[in-house]
Design a protein around this ligand. Sequence first.
Ligand SMILES: *[C@@H]1O[C@H](CO)[C@@H](O)[C@H](O)[C@H]1NC(C)=O
Ligand SMILES: *[C@@H]1O[C@H](CO)[C@@H](O)[C@H](O)[C@H]1NC(C)=O
Length: 476
Amino acid sequence: MSLIQRLSVLGMAAMAMGLVASHDYGEALTKSILFYEGQRSGKLPPTQRITWRKDSALRDGFEIGVDLVGGYYDAGDNVKFTFPMAFSITILAWSVLEFGQSLGTDLQHSLKAIQWGTDYLLKATSIPGFVFAQVGDPYGDHNCWERPEDMDTPRTPYAVSKEFPGSEVSAEIAAALAASSMVFRPINRGYSARLLKRARMVFEFADKYRGSYNDSLGPWACPFYCDYSGYQDELVWGAAWLLRATKAPYYRNYVLANIQNLDKSSSFAEFGWDTKHAGINLIKSQTPEPFITNADKFVCSVLPESPTVSVSYSPGGLLIKPGGSNLQHATALSFLLLVYSRPLSKDSRVIHCGNVFATPARLIQVARSQVDYILGSNPLNMSYMVGYGKKFPERIHHRGSSLPSITQHPQHIDCTGGATYFYTNNPNPNLLTGAVVGGPDIKDSYADSRADFAHSEPTTYINAPLVGLLAYFKSH
Ligand SMILES: *[C@@H]1O[C@H](CO)[C@@H](O)[C@H](O)[C@H]1NC(C)=O
Ligand SMILES: *[C@@H]1O[C@H](CO)[C@@H](O)[C@H](O)[C@H]1NC(C)=O
């Protein structure tokens, strides 16, 4: 890219930002948490606020005598994939630990969102030696366009075990339970202790019986939430959260001994449900090295002006990485930038990316630019959060949102009966308020098409880091 092109890219991004008035981060925050109520599986409480959703999957696990009712649907389908679900809970918990003070009245709802997940994770790990990695036959489900309330596809439970291990899914559950135990410690000591005890147990299982659920579950895991990056990162990540929750030397030694095993070639800009590398270096209560060096490298791989940047930016200024559901990267990496800006500010430290200096204020500015883009400061002037702003996605790839509600249409709509609602050009009848979709492409365009799931599907792990970001920007 020539200097002129670079300048014009920056100019356009600045213009896009200047054109739209500042955002109501508080409103967006409330909505980003509300979204989780729309993803709930199981028996809904009387306090349910997204009321077009009703009870669903009330017999999950019963065919094998285990109660697996509850938890979250990961995205626009009706499968409960524990691996990304646990990651979403870890990040929601991290959001609360880091920015809880700014949550205000949204704190209660955030705690509910976390507990809806941890209650399920306790069920998924209630039998020693087994971890339920998902519920629902993903092929049956994906071939159907059905409301969760109508589901008649096989709700097969899939478990990993000592013989058929799944270290990534198990260690991610350990991370989620450990992080959540810290959230609940000042509020409900008993529950917090239960979460922590289970976290230690599940971590031990993950570490002792090593292997990828890729191999153990085969086609039931891949290509849906295939573990590309291996399970070493989840083992270190799980141990790092247990270290933060317990301060136990065992976990400190574990992290230090095993961080060396992490794939060095993998990009420092990786952080998501599959890859934990960049996040590991930012969890507090670790010794400084090698974490600070790695965290600095992370910053230099993300900032647009850095000579070692490894992500792309659209002309409108959106962070882009290859693959679907791009906004997961924009929210997760921005979250890490914001988290890391805090110790940097405290120590008045500036990061050197070659001859480019990165101040803590610059990290916050980049994070804010991504949040603002998502909320409408972009070339299309559109918000990518459903129900926020004047213009937002109307045809999201989401079964419940796109089919008429049970109240509007009490009769059963079967597997193929939903096709009409999938193919229609009409907007979805039910607003999944707060859902953030996969987002625009590298040219800042967005088709708003249900069939284009890589761009139009919301997921629990796009929103989780956004909760922390919005809490911070609401009060800064
Ligand atoms: C999981 O499967 C994918 C696709 O087959 C493969 O690329 C990846 O390396 C596997 N991961 C592990 C940890 O075996
Ligand atoms: C976005 O808003 C600005 C200012 O109101 C306007 O000039 C521009 O044409 C809009 N772009 C689109 C694609 O609507």
